[in-house]
Design a protein around this ligand. Sequence first.
Ligand code: GRG
Ligand code: ZN
Length: 312
Amino acid sequence: MKELATEKHTKYILQIEKKTDNIESALTEHLRINGAYWGLTTLDILNNLKAVEQDAVVSWVLSCQHESGGFGGNTGHDPHLLYTLSAIQILTLFNKIQNLNIPKTSTYISNLQNKDGSFSGDQYGETDTRFSYLAICSLSLLKTLNKINVEKAVEFIVSCRNLDGGFGCTPGAESHAGQIFCCVGALAIVGCLHYVDKDLLGWWLCERQVKSGGLNGRPEKLPDVCYSWWVLSSLIMIDRVGWIDKERLVKFILECQDFENGGISDRPDDAVDVFHTYFGVAGLSLLEYTGLKAIDPAYALPVDVINRVFLE
Ligand code: GRG
Ligand code: ZN
């Protein structure tokens, strides 16, 4: 079997930050803080976070905070929950959460909760279970979950549960592995996994494994390395990870590597990107691949980081 090209992937991630003159960089400028979270977490799982200039990253992250308390995708950009969680995750990774104005950030998040318990992603209103996860994960890391109505938040998530055991983005919307991660992750964080039919959902999730060993996100769709994160983390949280063929999934992920320049793609022979590099490495970590740090399936941060936050 192919092996994980740890050094190549480390080099690949370190050089992304430096390249600002290519098309990918222009297209993802507004998502820079998400990319930073994915890249830095990958480096930490690979035991190579030391290679990063931590102080420069921390002050840049803090410069992305908007006066409302939310974070933008880059300095001067509009705030959104998507970027706010990435900012909190990066500060947590570097053990620098004390540099953040926690009350102000928490107020921004709690103000986005709606009457029905759901969350909007920003002031413009669209609701989605992704935003429920982003809010709950953020506030849990800040230890300010008491700022929202958790019971109502759970009620909304449960209202998005479908007859197949999965979850969608709003009530009645089709089950999708990405939304399932968000709902199961949020319920796990607030200790409400008893609302999940674990056998039924476990069955739906393990049916995502296709012939090549990879996982898809919905029936009849193509496999994609990112579902090694969305599906596998969910299976672990509901204690059903034994229901997939781990060895074949490891093989699929390893086949999606660029052995020349580093990075991992969605499928074998496609172009690599930092997101799928994270999903591949994090997936391998969940599969207990040798030499990788363990990652927490609900918080999407290394287990040692989560232990430092909650046990120390
Ligand atoms: C901290 C891990 C972490 C996540 C933050 C933003 C978020 C919370 C979660 C996103 C969950 C989600 C909806 C993921 C799905 C992403 C994806 C691959 C969407 C593509 O969907 P389709 O229908 O692709 O275009 P398929 O694979 O179905 O063909
Ligand atoms: Zn993908």
